[in-house]
Write a protein of this length. Sequence first.
Length: 485
Amino acid sequence: MKIIKKIAFLVMALALFAAPASATVTTQTTKAVYNGAGSTGPFPMTFNVFAATDVTCTEYTAGVPTYLVLNVDYTISGLPPTGQGTGSVTLTNALASGSTLVIMRNMAYEQNQAWTSGTITSSGLNNGLDKLDMQVQQLYEMLSRSFMAPPDLSGPFTWRPAANTVLGFDANGNPIMLGYSGFISVPGPPNILGVGTVTTGAAGSKAAASITGTSPAQTLNLAIPQGIQGIQGPQGASGSSGTIGLGGLIGLAVANNASTPTTKIDFAALNLSLTDGSGDFVSLYNTGTITINCGATGVDGLDAGSLGASTWYYLYVIYNGTTTSGVASTASTWSGVTKTGISGYTYYRMIGVALTDSSSNFLTFTQQQNRFKYDSYRQVSTGTTAQNWTTQNCAGSIPPVSTRGGFQLSMQATTSTAPVGSLRKNGSTSTTGQYMGFCSGNASFAGSSTVNDCIDTDVSQVVQLNISAATTAWTLRVTGFELNL
């Protein structure tokens, strides 16, 4: 009988250890991370699981998580019918560029295997042990992202969360709960800053500002230097009912936004006078920097539509009695501006222009008062032959609200000519025009010349060019213009 029992035990042992071996946990990987590139996958899992329900998928966009649902937002394929293995995830919607997909093992912290009778298999034992190891790996992965004290400190550390407190540390480095007053000051009442006296300084003096009083009620006093004469307003009717013309254009600066120069324009001014079109006006002081975002519509954006290619945009400062803002439009007069998105802004004034390129991006520029200057000069024409007061159309570089442009004429003489270059307003009968440079040449030397100057144009932004003799090359460019503000 003892021999029979030994033989039976031996058979059971052979059956146990002769069973096919299952997988072992040979890596500490518990998650896979993929960056979006417009694909739905498949995205390989780099770790073993027992079932598709042991996996979670989360999509992060700008740090915000979206928790995906199995068989709705994604599917898993490639898992073995029994036991454990790896597979791959396929998304229902493509993972966009800039987004991140995180695939993680997320097994339940349970142990459901129990042997009460029958044969104990090696695969069953391996799977049970592997599951325990996978659960430990999950815990380790979470701990690796946790806030922990260094091992040279002895615990336990105890503190109890309470309302209106934050976690801090006392003089001995022990964690405690601190009230806001422990290290963060309690916000005080808002400060009200009103405008007090505004005086006009002498021409050439510097602007000055002073604040009097104490918080929360203080007064801002300004001294504004005398600037150039304001533009002449429209002629009023006779008598006391006549309209008052616009004045006040001091310290105006307009330029592309430093961070987003292709779609945003910044402006600021020390003093601006605005009209409501019916004879009433208002003066604004020290507007601060206002940004017009032409990627949007409405207040501080476009009046309507979106930026077009090679298009002039007219920039307006607007005011509703409380707030100073801006708006851009393709309309060169206020009556043509779409008012839908700027309802309530009844005071206005044009303060500048901006031009887009063929890709609908703003060309970079700077504007001081009414003087506009391109960062990169705009070529009008080029050639080598002599020019006898030929017309040069500059409407692509000078807007309809300007009749005076800044020009640059570059010339390279041949070895036997000495050309003289001149510009004049289209329609002028002047035989000399505005002198724009001279260069000479001889048998061994060819001179060159580059001259900048301002020239009046006609109402269509056209000038006339005269170059007295042939050159190796000449080029006419627009450097900027003066706006009729």
